[in-house]
Design a protein around this ligand. Sequence first.
Ligand code: GLC
Ligand code: GLC
Length: 813
Amino acid sequence: MEQQKRYGHFDDEHREYVITDPKTPWPWINYLGNEDFFSLISNTAGGYSFYKDAKFRRITRYRYNNVPMDNGGRYFYINDGGAIWNPGWKPCKTPLDFYECRHGMSYTRITGRKNGVEASVLFFVPLKTWAEVQKLTLTNQSNETKTLKLFSFEEWCLWNAATDMENFQRNFSTGEVEIEGATIYHKTEYRERRNHYAFYHVNAEIQGFDTDRETFVGLYNEFSNPDAVMEGKPRNSHAHGWSPIASHYIEVTLQPGESKDFVFLLGYIENEQDKKFSAPQVINKEKAHALIARFDTTEKVDKAFAELNAYWDALLNIYKVRTGNDKLDRMVNIWNQYQCMVTFNFSRSASFFESGIGRGMGFRDSNQDLVGFVHQIPSRARQRIIDIASTQFPDGGCYHQYQPLTKRGNNDIGGGFNDDPCWLIFGTVAYIKESGDFSILDEMVPFDNQPGSEVTLFEHLKVSLNHVINNLGPHMLPLIGRADWNDCLNLNCFSWDPNESFQTTENVSEGTKAESLMIAGLFVVTAKEYVKLCDKIAKHEEGERMQKAIDAMIEAVKKHGWDGEWYLRAYDFYGRKIGSNECDEAKIFIESQGWCTMAEIGADEGMVAKSLDSCKKYLECEHGMVLNNPAFTKYIYEYGEISSYPEGYKENAGIFCHNNPWVIIGECLAGRGNDAWSHYAKILPSYVEEKYQTLHKVEPYVNCQMVAGKDAFRPGEGKNSWLTGTAAWMWYTVSEFILGIKPDYDGICIDPCLPETATDYTVQRKFRDADYDITIHPNGQQKGVKQIVLDGTPIEGTVIPYSSGHHTVEVTM
Ligand code: GLC
Ligand code: GLC
């Protein structure tokens, strides 16, 4: 095993991860912004910004998979008498005397020191603001007067991030800018159909600027040695076409001990059609001036930053645990909840693995994301549910993805992923339990966004489950369609053509028989929730109808979905078993074990316990549970993308962190707290952080989608960090099933499932208008609440009835 270096550490008090070596094994990034305006920022200040949609409104340019990796971002160059450096080390890579990057809750602070000068930059997007603030503080820590030449740098994207990277015959002629004082405006395409522009401003007098990239950098140079910076001389270039940028030039003199702040502002503005221009060809800058005025002093910026911190204080006060185990507490109280906000905002659109142009918001992804987020801002989750449901079709099927800007279903990918509809129930039920707001069920919601097609949201839930019931195969199990949760199990795509997409090609879908046990389990879990909901709102007949469908599904699984030691995964197009002991490879899959144990199918017959044992025996390894075992060693034409991956990666026996929690919940429901905990700790970032920063490679403060599995070349290597359903599932699992605090329609249900070694812990939970201080005494028990005392009085059962105000709860197991 290679030497495991450390690149940083947690600072729980400040809710930060502190990176102390800029050469992390991969860029370690953070997200800025919580609504509308967003930025990605790496530990060396790489990354980009966009408004709402990373494809259609990309504000600054970013080149993915660059050499070197992560080149391009918001850069400050300091020329101190010929010594040229950046506070974030890159792009010049001049060795620094000190470097530190602190990634916090929606902000990042990067500090560098060189030759007695400190440059510290605080990056954040203020609340309700369409701009990124960059507060640069320069301090002279030496004994001599310093005269510094400071250059800022941003590169504009020509708005559509996809065409920006391909349509050069046009792009090199369209770029336009305006310069006014210390503000550089980017107005490409504003003359025609765009009603938006961007600007880059600094609240200081500038001594020069550049807006043409090649003039600033020099055609044969790189970001690490731009001509203007090397010579200490701006060119005052005015971009006409080619590649517009924004760079300010400022001369700064600092006495020993003196410090100066500069507020840089990267803003985005939209104007009404008839107010676009203030004079022919001149953009109307009124709104930009107003935005600039909001952040033109250090005091105003500090106030906005304090507001952002207060916002996070409030969000993170909703659920707070104290177990005495720092590694658990910091994930539950800080990082897991933070990642849930990020996945809620971004779905799978923009990360350092998702280019922001490929995928918008996923139907299933977003429904899951909101379950991790709903306790924080229920009203936003509510709107999200309506948006998602609006992309459904009248038969319950739905678009697999939609664009955040237009909220319209994405035709390129279309529908036909037969698990998708069930997730709408998962999301909606979580929202109602958290908020108590049943009125969402009466909201009128269209199909496929067609005006006039509106029905109630409840009706959408109904057609969702009907879609499963109406699409059963020969074993009375759900037809899989293009794929279920596993996008790569493409049982109706038979492709020998590398130019075809596995997910949208269906060569012989006529007469298909491919069925999914994962959807069967998902259906039972979500339909049971639906039945409870029907009871709650007195739709008894509808509840009974669905109960019959559930019973039938359970029978079908027991009869046709059990392989002896575990649940089968699927039946293929020809009706042959997948995920069976009879198969040569991939004898067992995790998805059906997770969902069928969560559904508790065949629990009385011992199926659940056997399935969970088989997960331990065949799927588990040091780094978590793999998706299938053994891995596929060759491409199987009938299975699709899954077998296209080399062994141990992604859907072919990678540790797909996303579905480990399903098995963990299965363990919790079965009362096996020791097993639940040991599975959980294996993929909990704080435990991985302690052991494997080099091997794991990606950010140690959040979960990644996939860790290379036991069949891979480098087991334990992480990929695809940040945007993954893992965030919400880890949260749902630990908050509700391990620590056992479950929101329910009438109150909070308390039902922990813990390792025997667990000691007393407390949870502070805000719930609607109430505040609960809960203390749990596990007494060495893994499961089973003996008694709950609410405000001094013992209560019956495990549900604390909701009533507003402050309450204390003592729980004995
Ligand atoms: C990705 C997708 C998700 C899918 C999973 C498994 O995480 O975002 O929708 O379920 O891969 O294929
Ligand atoms: C690929 C990936 C899978 C992802 C899908 C999204 O199939 O392997 O993880 O969900 O693309 O389109």
